[in-house]
Design a protein around this ligand. Sequence first.
Ligand code: NAD
Length: 419
Amino acid sequence: MSLPAYRPPEDPGLWEAFLERLERTLRVAPLHPTTVEYLTHPKRLVTVSLPVVMDDGKVRVFQGFRVVHDIARGPAKGGVRLHPSVTLGQTAGLAAWMTLKAAVYDLPFGGAAGGVAVDPGLLSPRELERLVRRYTAELVNLIGPDMDILGPDLGTNERVMAWIMDTYSMTLGSTVPGVVTGKPHALGGTEGRDDAAGLGVALILKEFARRWGFPLEGARVAVQGFGQVGGAFALHAQRMGLKVVAVSTSRGAMYQEEGLPVEEVLAHYEATGVLPRHDLDPEELLALPVDYLVLAALEGALDGERAKRVQAQAVLEAANFGLTPEGEAYLLGKGVRVVPDLLTGGGGLLASYLEWVQDLNMFFWSEEEVRHSFAKSVAKAVTEVCERAEALSTDLRTGAMVLALERVNEATRLRGVYP
Ligand code: NAD
């Protein structure tokens, strides 16, 4: 049959990747069986069909998803991804990862994720708006500031968050800013959200450079992925004195031995959607002789084969599931330091938490107050992950996983099983 009909998801995708990492960690630090049962069964998996009137008058139906993985530690929190690769399995894996990431940062959130299988670049702005509003309308009884809070991820930005907030608020008949994070400032968005995910990566790199005795001033860094996370990271890294020698997008990489003029490159990319020039294939960036390699593109970017070409002394995984287990094992075996996504990729979630707290109170902080609180929480998470890894004589990923699982376990135990 060749009709473009809905077909049941066959691809377990990132859900399988989550289970694999969970199983590995349980060998080091066993958990109470009840918690394992909870964590291996997402609380709620929703698939919705979204009819959208296209600009030519025809109706197209898109598949949307929302998964709440676990709520032991608080309301669910997670991004909305608009990308052709979105499946239920991918969404479930990302939701589980949010449960753990929130626990690493000790935030009172459970984990969720959502998205629509679509290439937003192929929709007109009006089509995109209709799709996002319909997605929100389908989920309206399942989301809310104390139930499930949505935020940006691949393919979504503050414009999209504003549409979700407006659709939810219009349906309820009252303005509810706390249902989404990553909103425009005029709608209750926080100061310091735009670049938070990238700033978090830069602060973490700086802290680990200090701990390892690695260079910072003049050190060379290559950044895979030049979007919201990679772009903001590159800017902050340059301000800290690092030399950003290469950045890449899915189309190509730009390389400059003496360091790129990051602000100019970013302004060009934001205005045109492409880098000013392509000096390398995106794959070649991974093999550059640099001090630090930052992964800020997609999951599975560095597998066992690609890891063999890495020359960096340290890899910072900002993208969720950026490294495959084989890629990580190879790097660690070669003595390359790896800072895992549960820590490196937490800046966006942390800023979302600060936004949500302000929305609930309808009392907004200055940029200085937000930055101060942000930096304090990043430093605390780094210290706690390092302490856990040291106590168990293990790598940072296992340390982060154990820290998170212990926290979820404690909340699950205290809440008990209803009814
Ligand atoms: P984005 O869509 O803004 O940017 C992604 C970038 O990666 C783009 O520049 C794209 O061209 C590039 N890219 C895609 N495939 C590539 C390839 N094969 N080689 C090189 N570059 C490639 O997305 P983002 O919001 O910056 O998110 C990046 C990653 O970080 C994702 O994995 C996301 O889940 C994760 N993340 C994002 C946030 C956030 O707040 N935005 C927070 C935590 C984690």
